[in-house]
Write a protein that binds this ligand. Structure first.
Ligand SMILES: [Zn+2]
Length: 136
């Protein structure tokens, strides 16, 4: 599944960042990602894969040379859907619709151009510290 590879990358980037900035006493609590609605990524499948990886499902991690070096058990993935902005080539309307649409909300023309909505990026990390491992 395509989403498993993406989830693995997200988890790897997140844990490396936490380790670098917070040290080994930290654990990953949640990762927020912006997923464009045109990115082709299934948010439900991505969340499912992330959850399995964060729980340490060894079957999914077996082909990894370096599994996470900080605890991720129970970490959540928060998916923020990103809707593309729309420009109509018939009437010139610019809009940022609330839901993905394939026609102009002003004149109903299908001659629209969608911009953005293809991104997949980590926008926030939440970290928890193990109280038994005080630092500094
Ligand atoms: Zn229009």
């Amino acid at each position: 599944m395509h989403e498993t590879g993406i989830a693995r990358n997200i988890l790897r980037i997140a844990t490396e960042s936490v380790l670098e900035h917070e040290g080994p006493g930290a654990r990953l609590a949640s990762v927020e990602v912006r997923v464009g609605l045109l990115s082709g990524v299934d948010a439900n499948a991505l969340s499912f894969a992330f959850g399995a990886l964060a729980e340490g499902d060894s079957e999914i991690w077996t082909d990894l040379d370096a599994p996470p070096t900080i605890p991720t058990k129970g970490a959540r993935l928060l998916v923020i859907p990103s809707i593309p902005s729309l420009r109509c080539e018939a009437c010139g309307a610019n809009d940022t619709p609330d839901t993905l649409t394939w026609s102009c909300p002003e004149c109903a023309s299908p001659r629209i151009r969608l911009e953005g909505g293809r991104e997949l990026e980590i926008t926030a990390l939440e970290v928890e510290h193990d109280p038994r491992q005080h630092q500094n």
